[in-house]
Design a protein around this ligand. Structure first.
Ligand SMILES: [Zn+2]
Length: 69
């Protein structure tokens, strides 16, 4: 069982934080160019800090694009 703190650590703490989705998407683009990664990375709004992070489409995290109203 994951504590809330453990979840926050995985989804928020220690990750790069962006002010908006565009900035997060731009960072993904840079990462792709720099590393040539083909991993599926997605930007998502963080429910913990209200900022944006990106990651490997974690389970249970809605994709940022169109995920909120
Ligand atoms: Zn966060």
């Amino acid at each position: 069982m994951s504590s809330k703190r453990a979840i926050r650590r995985r989804e928020c703490t220690g990750k790069q934080r962006f002010d908006n989705q565009k900035a997060a998407q731009a960072a993904i683009g840079r990462l792709r160019r720099n590393t040539g990664t083909t991993a599926w990375l997605s930007a998502y709004r963080c429910k913990w800090c209200g900022g944006f992070h990106f990651g490997h489409s974690p389970k249970g995290v809605r994709l940022a694009r169109g995920a909120w109203a």
